[in-house]
Ligand binder design. Structure first.
Ligand SMILES: Nc1ncnc2c1ncn2[C@@H]1O[C@H](COP(=O)(O)OP(=O)(O)OP(=O)(O)O)[C@@H](O)[C@H]1O
Length: 483
């Protein structure tokens, strides 16, 4: 468990109930009082919970025909002027119609002379294809050029970089001579002496190092993509590395920034990193994905969080699930306890060695491992369509100078829950709330995104199962609905 001592309210029952009871008996005035402003929580008891309709089956073609849906488009991929061989790649992936962001971004990205782009769209709406299609369309795969880096795609983690490599490979499978290089930290001295590939996908530190050591020649680059761009430009380390990498590449490269989230301060900076860019943006109320059912569960203590997770285990394994915790230590500890109790779970955190991380994520992708406990390292970008359940074991929060602030990290919340409900699928996200701070953070998240997070009543586990199973069943019915 986390090294920190959780708050343990003395009164039993649901947190909402506890708040009401405590307010009845005691005014909120002392620093140790958990109950200030409790009346404004997301749900007071279960009184205002509506019976959700989990049984609606939605087809991808219906979603793509609805102008208000982020997957909507009037055009076809053929209309977007893509090369025949690329269209063939898309067809083997069963991409029938573009999503809204693909339809809007591709003409802007592919026009000549190339212009920079800052693009925002909800999680799971196909941003990867938008930038990969532009990259593939701009390559010169003649014998003289096919081994020269022409496109550089940067991502914050090795898992995401490897995933993007997979997309480039499949989408570009009919492009003769396509070469792709992966630039992520190597465990040993397994690094190539020369990066000879038309498309290089990697993490900023490794790429910067490869350019510095002349392993990679950046002079032939035409496109630079930053996936999860707000994270890449904001984080102290990654931000510096991206700026340094950019300083080493030709000035006239097309700069493409994509993310589901662009907080205002990063957005201003993004405009400097990618000057005179075309922009595709969203309001933060537009950011939540409709197909993700957001729920929360009251837990009376840190220990009860663990017990609830164990109770949920049967449901976690119906599809695949990701459990997000705050620290590497608690990921390891929950894994240890659950395995000791006979459950099959895996954990992946930044503390694990690279090759081991690759093996864990690969077994999660294949469905061999169905429950993955992780930290924010996997909060962004990871696309595993079978993920039907995400658990925020700890609510994501902002840090200042390495210290917890007990203020919610809105962006990370959105990215975490976005690991489910991908491209029109349905998913469930459950946040555990065990103390006043977590309750407040969840309330702020709800207000920020103007979304509803319903309370799930753990006094009746059969009902909990019923609700979640129905949703997951729907997700499973749809798994492959675009096949
Ligand atoms: N036009 C399409 N038709 C069918 N499926 C698609 C289409 N475009 C993308 N997809 C699929 O949708 C899923 C989500 O796409 P992708 O990972 O690019 O989302 P994203 O917008 O980058 O999400 P995130 O913000 O979480 O990184 C992927 O499995 C992808 O294969």
């Amino acid at each position: 468990m986390s090294a920190e001592t959780p708050e343990t309210p003395a009164v039993g029952g649901s947190l909402a109930d506890r708040i009401t009871k405590a307010e009845d008996t005691k005014p909120a005035e002392t620093a140790t009082d958990n109950n200030q402003d409790g009346a404004s929580g997301p749900a007071q008891g279960s009184a205002n919970l509506e019976e959700p309709d989990y049984s609606v089956e939605v087809k991808l073609s219906d979603l793509q025909a609805d102008p208000n849906n982020p997957l909507f488009s009037i055009k076809t991929f053929e209309d977007l002027g893509l090369d025949e061989r690329i269209l063939k790649g898309l067809s083997t992936m069963n991409f029938r119609k573009p999503s809204k962001v693909q339809e809007r971004a591709l003409p802007l990205l592919m026009s000549n002379p190339p212009k920079n782009l800052v693009g925002q769209s909800q999680s799971g709406t196909g941003k990867t294809a938008a930038f990969v299609l532009n990259v593939l369309s701009r390559l010169d795969l003649s014998d003289q050029m096919r081994l020269s880096p022409q496109a550089l795609i940067l991502a914050p983690t090795r898992e995401l970089a490897r995933q993007i490599v997979g997309v480039v490979q499949i989408m570009g499978q009919f492009l003769d001579g396509l070469t792709i290089g992966t630039a992520v930290p190597a465990d040993s001295n397994a690094r190539p002496s020369k990066m000879e590939a038309a498309v290089v996908v990697g993490t900023p530190g490794t790429v910067q190092d490869m350019i510095k050591k002349r392993i990679m020649n950046p002079s032939t680059l035409k496109v630079l993509v930053l996936d999860e761009a707000d994270n890449m430009l904001d984080q102290q380390g990654l931000g510096d590395q991206c700026i340094r990498a950019k300083a080493m590449i030709p000035r006239d490269v097309q700069i493409v920034l994509f993310s589901a989230t662009f907080p205002a301060h990063v957005y201003r900076y993004a405009g400097k990193f990618a000057p005179n860019a075309n922009e595709i943006t969203l309001q933060h109320e537009e950011l939540t994905v409709e197909g993700i059912k957001q729920l929360y569960m009251d837990c009376s203590s840190e220990e009860e969080k663990y017990q609830n997770l164990v109770q949920l285990y049967g449901l976690l394994t119906v599809g695949s699930s990701i459990i997000f915790v705050r620290t590497r230590h608690s990921a390891a500890e929950i894994e240890r306890r659950m395995v000791a109790e006979g459950h099959t779970v895996a954990s992946l955190t930044g503390g694990v060695e690279g090759s081991q991380r690759d093996a864990i994520i690969d077994s999660f992708r294949s469905g061999e491992a169905k429950v993955l406990i992780t930290t924010n390292v996997l909060a962004r970008g990871i696309d595993v369509s079978t993920v039907s359940l995400v658990v925020n074991y700890d609510i994501p929060e902002e840090y200042t100078s390495g210290q917890r602030t007990h203020t919610p990290d809105f962006q990370t919340y959105l990215h975490r829950i976005g690991r489910t409900g991908r491209f029109g699928r349905i998913g469930v996200a459950i946040s555990f709330v065990s103390n006043r701070d977590e309750w407040e953070m969840l309330r702020k998240i709800q207000a920020h995104f103007q979304c509803t997070i319903d309370r799930i009543d753990t006094s009746d586990w059969d009902e909990v199962e019923d609700i979640i199973k129905k949703t997951i069943k729907n997700t499973r019915a749809q798994a492959g609905f675009n096949q």
